[in-house]
Ligand binder design. Structure first.
Ligand code: UDP
Ligand code: MG
Length: 339
C-alpha cells in the first residue's frame, strides 16, 4: 500500500530562532509515523531577520523540506494560503512556527484522519504565557462570533489542524481576500473532530498579535462571516424612529395644550446628538462591509511568491503525476489555480 502523503505547512514571520528548535522535533515525530510520507513546507512571510536563510539551510540538509518565500509580509492568513496552495497532494497539517502547537501531537491528528475525519483541529485547554486580557478577549470573541455566524467556528481553536485531501481541495476554492482562516476551515465542513491540547508558551520571541491586531482580526472574522451587524443597525434605526415618533407626539400635544414657549433646547440638542451618533455608527458599519467589498472587487492576488523551492526528494511511486506541476518559479500567480 502506498504511503499517505502528509505535508506540514508552517508560516513563519521573524522566527529565525524558533525554527531550528522546532525542526528537529518535527522530524523526529514524522519519522515515527508509519505509512506516512511526511513532508515539511516552510513559508517565509516577509521576515526581516534570518528566517529565510535558516529555512534554506534546513531545506539543504533535509530533502523532505520545501521552502516558499513571499515577496513581502502578507500576514499569517495569506502565508498559510500560499503554503496550502503549494502542497501537491495528500493531507496537510498546519503548525505555528513558534512551538506553541506541539508537533508531538501530530500522531493523534493522523490517527483521527485514519479513522475517516477530514477536519481535525486542536482546541486549547490552557494558554500558557498569555495574559488574562488576551484570554478574556479571546473567550469573548468566540462567544460573539458563535452567536452571530451560521458557520461553525469552534471556540479556542486556532490554525493548528489537519486537513484531509478533500478538505484541502475544498478550502483551496475559497479565494476571498479577507481571509479569516478559522471561519474558512469551519465553512468547509466535512467530518470534523477536536483534539484538546495544552497550548505551550512561545519557544522564543514575542507574539506578533497584539491587542489592536487581535481587535482587527475579530472585525475581520465578524464581517467575513456574518451580516448580523447590518441587520442590528436596521433594528436600531427602527427603534430610534419609533422613539422619535412617540417623542414627537408628546411634544406636539404639549405644545397644543400649553402653547409653545420655545423651551426644550437641551432636549433638542440631546436628540440631535443622539441621532447623529447613531447615524455615524450605522455609516461606519456599512463602511466596514463596503470597504471589504471594494478590496474584493480589485481581484488582486492573495500573495506574491518570491522564491519557491520544492522538496528535493523524488516523488514516490504513489504520486506519479505529482511533482512540480505548474509551479512557476518566482511567479506572480495566486499560487495554483484551483480546478
Ligand atoms: N506569522 C506569519 N505572518 C505574520 C505574523 C505571524 O506568518 O505576519 C506566523 C508566526 O511566525 C507564527 C504564527 O504566524 O508561526 C503565529 O504567530 P504568533 O505566534 O505571533 O501569534 P499567536 O500565537 O500569539 O497568536
Ligand atoms: Mg504564537
Amino acid at each position: 500500500m502506498p504511503a499517505d502523503r502528509l505535508t506540514v505547512v508552517i508560516a513563519a514571520h521573524d522566527e529565525a530562532q524558533a525554527l531550528p528548535l522546532l525542526h528537529p522535533r518535527l522530524c523526529a515525530v514524522l519519522d515515527t509515523l508509519d505509512g506516512i510520507d511526511g513532508r515539511i513546507l516552510y513559508v517565509d512571510d516577509g521576515s526581516h531577520d534570518a528566517t529565510w536563510a535558516v529555512m534554506e539551510a534546513l531545506a539543504a540538509q533535509d530533502p523532505l523540506v520545501g521552502v516558499l518565500r513571499l515577496s513581502r509580509n502578507f500576514g499569517k492568513e495569506a502565508a498559510l494560503t500560499a503554503g496550502l496552495d503549494f502542497v501537491d497532494s495528500g493531507a496537510v497539517m498546519i503548525l505555528d512556527a513558534d512551538g506553541q502547537d506541539p508537533p508531538e501531537l501530530i500522531p493523534a491528528f493522523v490517527a483521527l484522519w485514519r479513522e475517516g475525519y477530514d477536519n481535525i483541529y486542536g482546541t486549547r485547554l490552557a494558554r500558557d504565557g498569555e495574559g488574562w486580557i488576551k484570554r478574556a478577549t479571546a473567550a469573548a470573541f468566540y462567544r460573539v462570533i458563535g452567536r452571530l455566524s451560521k458557520t461553525p467556528i469552534p471556540a479556542d481553536t486556532g490554525d493548528f489542524r489537519l486537513l484531509s485531501p478533500r478538505a484541502l481541495q475544498a478550502l483551496r476554492q475559497l479565494r476571498e481576500r479577507h481571509r479569516f482562516m478559522k471561519g474558512l476551515f469551519g465553512w468547509v465542513g466535512f467530518r470534523r473532530k477536536a483534539v484538546p491540547y495544552h497550548r505551550h508558551a512561545r519557544l522564543v520571541g514575542d507574539s506578533k498579535f497584539g491587542l489592536w491586531r487581535l481587535w482587527n482580526f475579530a472585525l475581520e472574522g465578524i464581517t467575513g462571516f456574518s451580516t448580523a451587524p447590518l441587520r442590528v443597525t436596521t433594528y436600531l434605526g427602527l427603534a430610534a424612529a419609533s422613539f422619535a415618533f412617540l417623542f414627537a407626539l408628546v411634544v406636539v400635544t404639549k405644545a397644543a395644550l400649553y402653547g409653545d414657549r420655545v423651551a426644550g433646547w437641551p432636549t433638542m440638542m440631546a436628540v440631535i446628538l443622539f441621532l447623529g451618533g447613531v447615524q455615524l455608527i450605522a455609516l461606519g458599519l456599512i463602511g466596514e462591509y463596503l470597504g471589504r467589498l471594494y478590496e474584493e472587487s480589485k481581484q488582486r492576488p492573495l500573495y506574491l511568491v518570491d522564491t519557491w523551492q520544492a522538496p528535493i526528494v523524488a516523488d514516490s511511486a504513489a504520486h506519479p503525476v505529482g511533482g512540480e506541476q505548474g509551479h512557476d518559479h518566482g511567479s506572480t500567480a495566486v499560487g495554483r489555480q484551483v480546478p
